[in-house]
Design a protein around this ligand. Sequence first.
Ligand SMILES: [Zn+2]
Length: 429
Amino acid sequence: MAKSDAFTALRREIAAIPVIDTHEHLPNEADRLKQSVDFYTLFSHYCAGDLVASGAPADTMAKLADPNVPAPEKWTLFEPWYHHIADGSYARCAHLAMQRFYKVDRLASLKDAEKLTERIREANKPGLYRKVLKDACGIVTGLNNGGTGVDREFFTPVRFVSELAEVGALDRIWAVEKESGRACTSLARYVQAIGDILEAEKARGLKGVKLGFAYTRPLHFASVPAADAERLFNRVFDESQGWRAACLGYDETRPLQDYLVHQLAAMAGDLDLTAVFHTGIQAGNENHLDNGRPERLWNLLLRYRKTRFDIFHIGLPWVEEAGMLAKYFPHVWVDFAWAHAISPEIAARALKIYVDMVPRNKVLGFGGDYAVVEKVYGHLELARDNIARALADKVAEGALDPARAVAWARALLHDNPIAAYKLDIQPLD
Ligand SMILES: [Zn+2]
């Protein structure tokens, strides 16, 4: 079968596969409907990072994000920078969403920006999420980072927990006291309180905990004796006073973070929650990329074998390294969340590598990772193209037969996320 035939046949099959979306940052629909939207809404979030990198000044970015600035003024500010980012894959997610929902292909003039603004406002009403996530995307559920308050019609809850391990000031301890109802007067009681919180959240349907430390420090979490961690925990009490709220520096508290991350990894295993680690590229600008190397998690993965780990963003750009972790450890999955939008080229290459070296049940194929619902559709279209392209290449090489290529796509988009998060959904195969 010629490569293009394999692609066309696969792309058609893939469009019909129901999707379990492994990662979103979406507000509930009611909160989205309260937002004042305009054409720039579709270019916020990741596109904003590209606009900054292209040279857009800080005051321009502030005005673009301001809902009170009228669309014509925004267009004048946006247009010169838009041309620099319009061919990138972040912008492609926006363009695909514009075409599908608002019948606008590209923004060539103020007239287009006004047309898009009018149509996105018109559509900002109840039913928007159903139209996008169910009708256009075919998403069964999305693992959404909003905690247990997320709308269960569309989402399954995952909670961001990095801050539970970032204890450099009293306010973090007070917050855990308040939520758990347990006095956190010692490190042991603080750990118990975190456990209480996660156990209560689990009872409300929580399926995973997400740690975002790649944004703030390297991903190696050392084995720290409890006594060393407790000394730091006690210093937060002993050295905080009145107006001196944050008494310890970020790096100074790192052994305490290390200790608490180990505790969280253990608790996730005990509570049957999936532990999600951000690895690789960080969103926004001026990040320290090297912090995110996936291999740094090795000691944690080796130690907490009862815990299921989801390695996000395929460790991009270290996609081979992230794949190796899923190749080594039976309790580790490698996850394409966000990756198809960052670089379809790298993502397709990564999938071809994973077909060669990672078991089929260990790769998670799509996570939108968006805060603007329409863009989930744009990203999913890129992901479907990419998966078809990579698998068609493997078919053309003779490495996969066409039926097994379809089985890969079904596993990637539906069955593997069910297993990685123990979701109560019937697998396809
Ligand atoms: Zn994310």
